[in-house]
Design a protein around this ligand. Structure first.
Ligand SMILES: [Zn+2]
Length: 300
């Protein structure tokens, strides 16, 4: 169990609180305040979705917040100083709600049932849920976004292969918020089913898969790396860029990281071959909606 637990440690992908700066206030030491708000938020969020509040909420010596399962129980572990710092930075308790909703989203979406690292798709699903449930609870879009924006200001969000860039996360969270807001206008969904939108004119040229991540990402003619959320909405998570070295055909920029793609389509963790390792594969994908061949059925 320890294994899965450690692998999920970086769930929120924010920096360690060990390096607290001189702005630290004594409030950050009031762990009971964090205890109260975290438990309250977890119960309130579960109430809103009609589930019994049977998640176990525990303080742990970890950088931020994690969701994990142990002996069949669903846990949320958190660092109280992280919660306090987030509340102070954002000046609203919606930030704590947003972070807890993100973790509850991981549980409800089944991400904690398997051991292993998180991946960008799962993170964006959890962010979507966070935006969705906060809208239902009455948060404005700005309040729903307060946690991600504050984490960015604290300077601790690190983009890694497992965590999407903060802009993608905010896009996904905002999509969730908008979806919840539009539920009150359900007839619009029915209208849309009767009058589907024109098909996308994007030409998808490549399909990317990353080790340990079941999601598929696509690269279109505008060099955008796209992930489709469960509603089929495209979210840009990276960019295809020219390579500055001859080792690679081109690069993928993903947050602050750059991955090299060689002529065979192998994605490498570094833009040079010294100390690089394979992180994924790119396949040519020649779906072009503008060039669909019309084939006629043979006469019978
Ligand atoms: Zn997460």
């Amino acid at each position: 169990m320890i294994k899965g637990y450690i692998l999920l440690l970086t769930c929120l992908s924010i920096g360690s609180l060990a390096a607290q700066d001189s702005k630290s206030t004594s409030r950050e030491n009031l762990d009971f305040e964090a205890d109260k708000i975290v438990k309250e938020a977890t119960t309130n969020i579960l109430n809103y979705i009609g589930l019994p509040p049977d998640f176990k909420v525990v303080q742990l010596n970890i950088p931020n917040v994690i969701a994990y399962t142990k002996h069949g129980d669903r846990y949320i572990g958190y660092n109280p100083k992280f919660i306090q710092r987030l509340r102070i930075q954002s000046e609203t308790d919606w930030s704590a709600y947003s972070v807890l909703a993100h973790e509850i989203g991981h549980h409800l979406a089944g991400h904690t049932e398997k051991n292993g690292r998180s991946n960008p798709g799962n993170e964006l699903v959890a962010d979507h849920f966070s935006g969705f449930i906060l809208q239902r609870m009455g948060a404005t879009l700005a309040q729903a976004e307060s946690a991600l924006l504050s984490l960015e200001k604290i300077g601790g969000i690190s983009d890694t292969i497992h965590h999407p860039p903060v802009n993608s996360r905010i896009t996904s969270l905002a999509e969730g918020w908008m979806q919840a807001a539009s539920l009150n206008l359900n007839h619009k969904i029915l209208e849309k089913i009767d009058n589907p939108e024109a098909p996308s004119t994007n030409v998808y040229q490549y399909k990317c898969t990353f080790n340990g991540d079941e999601n598929v990402y696509y690269i279109n003619q505008n060099d955008q790396v796209i992930w489709f959320n469960e509603r089929g909405r495209p979210i840009e998570i990276g960019k295809k860029m020219p390579s500055e070295t001859t080792n690679f055909a081109w690069n993928i920029k993903y947050g602050r990281s750059v991955y090299g793609v060689d002529a065979k389509g192998v994605i490498w963790s570094n833009t040079n071959y010294s100390s690089s390792f394979k992180v994924g594969i790119i396949d040519k994908f020649d779906y072009n909606p503008n060039q669909i061949e019309e084939h006629t059925e043979p006469e019978k």
